[in-house]
Design a protein around this ligand. Structure first.
Ligand code: MF3
Ligand code: CO
Length: 249
Protein backbone atom coordinates (compact mmCIF):
# COMPACT_ATOMS: atom_id res chain seq x y z
CA UNK A 1 0.00 0.00 0.00
CA UNK A 2 1.50 3.33 -1.11
CA UNK A 3 0.22 6.19 1.06
CA UNK A 4 -0.12 9.51 -0.73
CA UNK A 5 0.52 12.42 1.65
CA UNK A 6 -1.49 15.61 2.10
CA UNK A 7 0.31 18.94 2.21
CA UNK A 8 -0.12 18.93 6.04
CA UNK A 9 1.56 15.54 6.23
CA UNK A 10 4.35 16.67 3.92
CA UNK A 11 4.92 19.67 6.22
CA UNK A 12 5.47 17.29 9.13
CA UNK A 13 7.81 15.04 7.15
CA UNK A 14 9.65 18.22 6.16
CA UNK A 15 10.04 19.22 9.80
CA UNK A 16 11.50 15.82 10.66
CA UNK A 17 13.74 15.87 7.56
CA UNK A 18 14.97 19.37 8.35
CA UNK A 19 15.93 18.23 11.86
CA UNK A 20 17.87 15.38 10.23
CA UNK A 21 19.58 17.76 7.79
CA UNK A 22 20.60 20.16 10.56
CA UNK A 23 21.91 17.22 12.59
CA UNK A 24 23.94 15.97 9.65
CA UNK A 25 25.46 19.44 9.36
CA UNK A 26 26.53 19.27 13.02
CA UNK A 27 27.93 15.78 12.56
CA UNK A 28 29.79 16.78 9.39
CA UNK A 29 31.40 19.63 11.31
CA UNK A 30 32.44 17.24 14.09
CA UNK A 31 34.09 14.77 11.73
CA UNK A 32 37.87 14.90 11.92
CA UNK A 33 40.88 12.65 12.47
CA UNK A 34 40.70 10.99 15.90
CA UNK A 35 36.97 11.38 16.51
CA UNK A 36 35.27 8.12 17.47
CA UNK A 37 32.13 6.82 15.82
CA UNK A 38 30.38 6.71 19.21
CA UNK A 39 31.06 10.44 19.70
CA UNK A 40 29.24 11.10 16.41
CA UNK A 41 26.38 8.88 17.56
CA UNK A 42 26.09 10.89 20.79
CA UNK A 43 25.78 14.13 18.83
CA UNK A 44 23.00 12.55 16.77
CA UNK A 45 21.10 11.28 19.80
CA UNK A 46 21.32 14.65 21.59
CA UNK A 47 20.32 16.56 18.47
CA UNK A 48 17.22 14.42 17.87
CA UNK A 49 16.02 15.06 21.42
CA UNK A 50 16.86 18.80 21.29
CA UNK A 51 14.81 19.00 18.09
CA UNK A 52 11.78 17.69 19.97
CA UNK A 53 11.94 14.25 18.37
CA UNK A 54 13.63 10.89 18.78
CA UNK A 55 16.32 9.02 16.87
CA UNK A 56 14.46 6.90 14.32
CA UNK A 57 16.88 4.00 14.00
CA UNK A 58 17.47 3.21 17.69
CA UNK A 59 15.32 0.20 18.54
CA UNK A 60 14.21 -0.29 14.94
CA UNK A 61 14.42 -4.09 14.58
CA UNK A 62 16.65 -3.90 17.69
CA UNK A 63 19.22 -1.63 15.96
CA UNK A 64 21.36 -0.35 18.88
CA UNK A 65 22.31 3.23 17.87
CA UNK A 66 21.03 6.58 16.57
CA UNK A 67 23.27 6.61 13.48
CA UNK A 68 24.53 4.13 10.96
CA UNK A 69 28.23 4.97 10.48
CA UNK A 70 29.82 3.20 7.54
CA UNK A 71 33.60 3.58 7.09
CA UNK A 72 35.42 2.81 3.79
CA UNK A 73 34.32 -0.67 2.59
CA UNK A 74 31.25 -0.64 4.85
CA UNK A 75 28.27 -0.04 2.55
CA UNK A 76 25.53 0.71 5.10
CA UNK A 77 24.33 -0.10 8.63
CA UNK A 78 27.73 0.16 10.33
CA UNK A 79 27.19 0.23 14.12
CA UNK A 80 29.03 3.12 15.83
CA UNK A 81 31.83 1.81 18.09
CA UNK A 82 35.10 3.11 19.58
CA UNK A 83 36.88 3.20 16.19
CA UNK A 84 38.60 6.57 15.73
CA UNK A 85 38.49 8.11 12.26
CA UNK A 86 41.82 8.08 10.42
CA UNK A 87 43.36 10.31 7.78
CA UNK A 88 42.15 9.01 4.39
CA UNK A 89 38.92 7.36 5.59
CA UNK A 90 35.56 8.05 4.00
CA UNK A 91 32.61 7.85 6.38
CA UNK A 92 28.94 7.41 5.56
CA UNK A 93 26.53 8.92 8.08
CA UNK A 94 22.91 7.75 7.84
CA UNK A 95 20.48 9.51 10.19
CA UNK A 96 16.75 9.41 10.86
CA UNK A 97 14.48 11.33 13.24
CA UNK A 98 10.83 10.79 14.13
CA UNK A 99 9.10 14.06 15.03
CA UNK A 100 5.39 14.58 15.71
CA UNK A 101 4.63 11.12 14.33
CA UNK A 102 6.52 11.51 11.06
CA UNK A 103 9.93 10.32 9.87
CA UNK A 104 12.81 11.99 8.04
CA UNK A 105 15.82 10.05 6.72
CA UNK A 106 19.01 11.30 5.04
CA UNK A 107 22.62 10.23 4.53
CA UNK A 108 25.93 11.77 3.46
CA UNK A 109 29.44 10.46 2.88
CA UNK A 110 32.29 12.62 4.13
CA UNK A 111 36.07 12.47 3.48
CA UNK A 112 38.38 12.51 6.54
CA UNK A 113 41.64 14.45 6.05
CA UNK A 114 43.37 13.69 2.76
CA UNK A 115 41.59 10.95 0.84
CA UNK A 116 42.53 9.28 -2.45
CA UNK A 117 41.32 10.78 -5.72
CA UNK A 118 39.28 7.61 -6.33
CA UNK A 119 37.52 8.04 -2.98
CA UNK A 120 36.73 11.69 -3.75
CA UNK A 121 35.39 10.74 -7.18
CA UNK A 122 33.26 7.97 -5.66
CA UNK A 123 31.72 10.44 -3.19
CA UNK A 124 31.04 13.02 -5.90
CA UNK A 125 29.52 10.53 -8.34
CA UNK A 126 27.30 9.00 -5.64
CA UNK A 127 25.88 12.39 -4.65
CA UNK A 128 25.37 13.32 -8.30
CA UNK A 129 23.63 9.97 -8.91
CA UNK A 130 21.21 10.76 -6.09
CA UNK A 131 20.44 14.18 -7.60
CA UNK A 132 19.96 12.66 -11.07
CA UNK A 133 17.54 10.15 -9.55
CA UNK A 134 15.65 12.91 -7.75
CA UNK A 135 15.32 14.84 -11.05
CA UNK A 136 13.25 11.92 -12.37
CA UNK A 137 10.76 12.03 -9.46
CA UNK A 138 8.03 13.70 -11.54
CA UNK A 139 4.32 12.71 -11.60
CA UNK A 140 3.77 10.37 -14.54
CA UNK A 141 7.32 9.00 -14.52
CA UNK A 142 7.96 5.56 -13.01
CA UNK A 143 10.18 4.23 -10.23
CA UNK A 144 12.38 2.71 -12.95
CA UNK A 145 13.15 6.19 -14.28
CA UNK A 146 14.70 7.10 -10.92
CA UNK A 147 16.56 3.78 -10.76
CA UNK A 148 17.86 4.00 -14.29
CA UNK A 149 19.14 7.58 -13.88
CA UNK A 150 21.07 6.62 -10.74
CA UNK A 151 22.54 3.48 -12.31
CA UNK A 152 23.52 5.16 -15.57
CA UNK A 153 25.41 7.96 -13.84
CA UNK A 154 27.27 5.65 -11.44
CA UNK A 155 28.20 3.08 -14.07
CA UNK A 156 29.31 5.72 -16.60
CA UNK A 157 31.96 6.70 -14.07
CA UNK A 158 33.15 3.08 -13.82
CA UNK A 159 31.46 2.31 -10.50
CA UNK A 160 28.71 -0.16 -9.57
CA UNK A 161 25.36 0.25 -7.78
CA UNK A 162 24.37 -1.95 -4.85
CA UNK A 163 21.39 -4.26 -5.50
CA UNK A 164 20.80 -5.69 -2.02
CA UNK A 165 19.58 -2.44 -0.41
CA UNK A 166 17.03 -0.03 -1.81
CA UNK A 167 15.31 3.25 -1.00
CA UNK A 168 11.74 3.38 0.28
CA UNK A 169 8.57 5.30 0.86
CA UNK A 170 8.57 7.22 4.16
CA UNK A 171 6.00 8.99 6.33
CA UNK A 172 4.30 7.65 9.45
CA UNK A 173 6.76 4.78 9.20
CA UNK A 174 10.48 4.75 8.44
CA UNK A 175 10.00 2.19 5.70
CA UNK A 176 6.87 2.28 3.58
CA UNK A 177 6.10 1.04 0.11
CA UNK A 178 7.27 1.43 -2.58
CA UNK A 179 10.80 0.08 -2.71
CA UNK A 180 13.08 2.41 -4.68
CA UNK A 181 15.90 0.43 -6.30
CA UNK A 182 18.99 2.12 -7.73
CA UNK A 183 19.21 -0.10 -10.80
CA UNK A 184 16.93 -1.32 -13.56
CA UNK A 185 15.30 -0.29 -16.83
CA UNK A 186 13.59 3.06 -17.29
CA UNK A 187 9.85 3.23 -17.93
CA UNK A 188 9.15 0.25 -15.62
CA UNK A 189 7.69 -0.06 -12.16
CA UNK A 190 5.14 1.91 -10.18
CA UNK A 191 3.88 5.17 -11.67
CA UNK A 192 4.87 8.22 -9.61
CA UNK A 193 2.09 10.45 -8.29
CA UNK A 194 1.73 13.79 -6.58
CA UNK A 195 1.86 13.24 -2.81
CA UNK A 196 4.36 10.39 -2.80
CA UNK A 197 7.23 10.86 -0.35
CA UNK A 198 10.35 8.80 -0.97
CA UNK A 199 13.75 8.23 0.59
CA UNK A 200 16.07 7.78 -2.37
CA UNK A 201 19.42 6.35 -1.31
CA UNK A 202 22.02 5.14 -3.81
CA UNK A 203 24.95 3.09 -2.53
CA UNK A 204 27.77 3.13 -5.07
CA UNK A 205 30.80 0.82 -4.97
CA UNK A 206 34.31 1.21 -6.33
CA UNK A 207 34.42 -2.50 -7.37
CA UNK A 208 31.78 -5.21 -7.30
CA UNK A 209 28.21 -4.36 -6.32
CA UNK A 210 28.02 -7.52 -4.21
CA UNK A 211 27.71 -7.12 -0.46
CA UNK A 212 28.17 -9.37 2.58
CA UNK A 213 26.64 -8.96 6.08
CA UNK A 214 29.07 -9.34 9.00
CA UNK A 215 28.40 -11.49 12.10
CA UNK A 216 26.77 -8.62 14.00
CA UNK A 217 23.80 -9.09 11.66
CA UNK A 218 23.87 -5.44 10.52
CA UNK A 219 27.17 -4.27 9.01
CA UNK A 220 27.02 -4.59 5.23
CA UNK A 221 30.43 -4.56 3.52
CA UNK A 222 31.54 -4.82 -0.10
CA UNK A 223 32.40 -8.42 -1.00
CA UNK A 224 35.78 -7.28 -2.41
CA UNK A 225 36.38 -4.87 0.51
CA UNK A 226 36.76 -1.94 -1.90
CA UNK A 227 35.20 1.44 -1.09
CA UNK A 228 31.50 2.29 -0.97
CA UNK A 229 29.65 5.62 -0.67
CA UNK A 230 26.02 6.41 0.24
CA UNK A 231 23.83 9.51 -0.05
CA UNK A 232 20.14 9.80 0.78
CA UNK A 233 17.43 12.45 0.69
CA UNK A 234 13.80 12.41 1.73
CA UNK A 235 11.84 13.98 -1.14
CA UNK A 236 8.21 14.81 -1.89
CA UNK A 237 6.73 14.53 -5.36
CA UNK A 238 4.61 17.59 -6.02
CA UNK A 239 2.61 18.58 -9.10
CA UNK A 240 5.57 20.43 -10.59
CA UNK A 241 8.18 17.85 -9.62
CA UNK A 242 10.42 16.83 -6.72
CA UNK A 243 11.11 18.86 -3.59
CA UNK A 244 14.01 17.82 -1.35
CA UNK A 245 12.77 17.90 2.25
CA UNK A 246 16.14 17.08 3.85
CA UNK A 247 18.12 20.19 2.87
CA UNK A 248 19.64 22.04 5.87
CA UNK A 249 18.55 25.61 6.62
N1 MF3 B 1 18.48 4.85 5.81
C1 MF3 B 1 18.52 3.49 6.28
C2 MF3 B 1 17.35 2.74 5.74
O1 MF3 B 1 16.42 3.34 5.29
C3 MF3 B 1 18.61 3.43 7.72
C4 MF3 B 1 17.97 2.29 8.42
S1 MF3 B 1 18.98 1.77 9.66
C5 MF3 B 1 18.06 0.91 10.73
O2 MF3 B 1 17.33 1.52 5.70
F1 MF3 B 1 18.80 0.61 11.70
F2 MF3 B 1 17.07 1.63 11.14
F3 MF3 B 1 17.58 -0.18 10.11
CO1 CO C 1 16.52 5.18 4.25
Amino acid sequence: MVYLKSSEEIKKIKAASLAVANGLKKIRNAISIGVSLKELDNIAEQHAIQSGGKPAFKGYRSYPASLCVSVNHVVVHGIPDDYKLKDGDIVGIDYGIVLDGFYGDSAITVPVGNVSSTALKLIKITEESLLKGIDQAIPGNRIGDIAHAVQTHAESAGFSVVRNFVGHGIGRRLHEEPQVPNFGPKGKGLKLETGMVLAIEPMVNEGTYETVILEDGWTAVTKDRKLSAHFEHTIAILKDGPVILSFPE
